[in-house]
Write a protein that binds this ligand. Structure first.
Ligand code: ZN
Length: 164
């Protein structure tokens, strides 16, 4: 799943999320750390596991819906993180488009984790639009600078029209 259009640290977070190696509350409790409240910091309704935080949480489902509508792909039907990372394989289009979709799915995981940490440690309010804007702007910065073969403008990127 290595994608060289994103920084290595971003790919690592995506990889760790898929392998359930991020310190979610559920993961910490499993390691015997005393967690007084294991609930998701975004919705407060379910235990914060990796699958919940990145896939099942209703806040995050709205993030994924926004991303798929921006990228003009089919809605994601995901049960595990691997389903999200497989998105590009089931989307028609060029190799560049698939690689871009894969990069975006990894950046989204990065951004969701960052949002979760800001809510948890800085009492920030989770905001779907803010996550989406961050995925768009980081994605543009990274993909434009690293892909070299793509001549991207911000307008093309926002319309996601350049890859068809
Ligand atoms: Zn939740």
């Amino acid at each position: 799943m290595w994608n060289n259009w994103i920084p290595k640290k971003v790919g690592m977070v995506a990889w760790r999320a898929e392998k359930d190696r991020l310190p979610t509350r559920e993961a910490l409790a499993r390691r015997g750390i005393d967690i007084t409240d294991a609930s998701c910091v975004l919705c407060g309704e379910y235990v914060e596991s990796s699958e919940h935080l990145f896939v099942a949480c209703h806040f995050i489902q709205t993030v994924w819906q926004n991303i798929t509508s921006w990228c003009k792909t089919l809605p994601i039907i995901a049960f595990v993180i691997r389903d999200i990372f497989g998105l590009h394989n089931f989307s028609p289009g060029s190799r560049k488009r698939k690689k871009t979709l894969q990069a975006i799915s990894h950046i989204a995981i990065w951004s969701i984790r960052k949002t979760r940490n800001e809510v948890m440690f800085n009492n920030a309010q989770p905001n779907v639009i803010k996550v989406l804007e961050e995925v768009k702007s980081l994605g543009f910065l990274w993909v434009k600078n690293r892909s070299r073969e793509l001549d991207l403008s911000w307008e093309d990127w926002c319309r996601f029209s350049v890859f068809e």
